[in-house]
Design a protein. Structure first.
Length: 118
């Protein structure tokens, strides 16, 4: 028994669990599934399986992997924070350095994140 026919048998047994009223699955003359149908079924079953999993925020993972590349901006921000803590007037801030750091991180994260979203 091929994987496609085993998958077809599984779907026929469990189709009442699917949110579809009728499931018609095209097959070749020998009862096997063609490649397109098989890949579509695998994608659909993967989708059903993923529905039970808790979604994971990929952006946090990518940010953590990109932070080491932005050490220079982070050190500039930390230096500014130390200077501002010593300022008694309270008029200085490190907003620019903070945004420079996150701009560096976001610039590194964006291509990786959008690649996953396609």
């Amino acid at each position: 028994m091929s994987f496609g026919s085993a998958l077809l048998k599984f779907i026929n047994k469990t189709h009442s669990l699917l949110p579809l009223t009728a499931v018609s699955i095209p097959s070749t003359n020998d009862g096997c599934l063609d490649r397109t149908t098989l890949s579509s079924l695998i994608a659909f079953l993967s989708y059903l399986y993923m529905a039970d999993e808790e979604p994971v925020d990929q952006k946090k993972y990518f940010e953590d992997s990109c932070k080491p590349k932005c050490v220079r901006a982070w050190l500039e921000y930390q230096g500014c924070v130390k200077r501002v803590e010593a300022d008694e007037t309270g008029h200085k801030h490190c907003t620019g350095q903070y945004f420079d750091y996150w701009h560096c991180v976001d610039k590194c994260v964006a291509p990786k994140l959008f690649e996953k979203l396609k």
